[in-house]
Design a protein around this ligand. Structure first.
Ligand code: GRF
Length: 193
């Protein structure tokens, strides 16, 4: 079977992208990242992609904060098709995925979220977990559909919440779990294991 061709979309630091690329280089994930794209031209994820010598792309500027413009999303679909992408992987991508992207990659878009979904959907998952006083939270790899953080769950890993946690300290612990869970969950997904 040929290697799955992945596009990574991210808006931030790109630590999950790095974890995936390292898993590929260490043969823990049988896939190939063929494009790293960001909605933010200055996002560190693009610099990290350059360090690995991977093709990069900046998405068209959008008048909306939470989503791409319809033209921007159409241009993204065309770029993904040009690169013959099999799977679109969201790794800290801060825009809501809309049509025509959802339609072009049905059940082929995967996201990682810093909570045990369906708990704490949306942008402030860490703050919500602390405000709720839960003893345990974690991270979830899930399919992306039209409902934000609402698609079918693929895999989860639990993380303890400590009494003196801040959103930042909790995020560090969750990210350690994310960097294990994401490559392992994708490998299972691609091999059907
Ligand atoms: C991760 O914690 C992920 O769960 C959330 O955004 C963060 C991205 O971090 N969706 P990074 O850019 O991969 O370091």
């Amino acid at each position: 079977m040929s290697k799955k061709r992945l596009a990574i979309l991210g808006s931030g630091r790109g630590s999950n992208f790095v974890a995936l690329q390292e898993a590929i280089l260490e043969h823990r994930l049988d896939a190939e990242i063929v494009l790293v794209a960001s909605d933010l031209p200055d996002a560190p994820i693009l610099a990290r992609a350059a360090e690995f010598g991977l093709p990069r792309s900046t998405l068209l500027p959008s008048p909306f904060k939470t989503k791409l413009s319809p033209e921007g999303e159409q241009a993204l679909v065309e770029a993904l098709q040009k690169y013959e992408i099999d799977w679109v992987i969201l790794a800290g991508y801060m825009r809501v995925v809309k049509q025509p992207l959802l339609e072009a990659f049905p059940n082929r878009i995967v996201n990682i979220h810093p909570s045990l979904l369906p708990a704490f959907k949306g942008l402030h998952a860490l703050e919500q977990a602390l405000a709720a006083g839960v003893k345990e939270t974690g991270c979830t790899v899930h399919f992306v559909n039209a409902e934000v953080d609402g698609g079918a769950i693929i895999a989860q890993e639990k993380v303890p919440v400590l009494a003196d946690d801040t959103p930042e300290s909790l995020h560090v612990r969750i990210q350690e779990a994310e960097h294990r869970l994401f490559p392992a969950a994708l490998e299972k997904l691609f091999t059907g294991a």
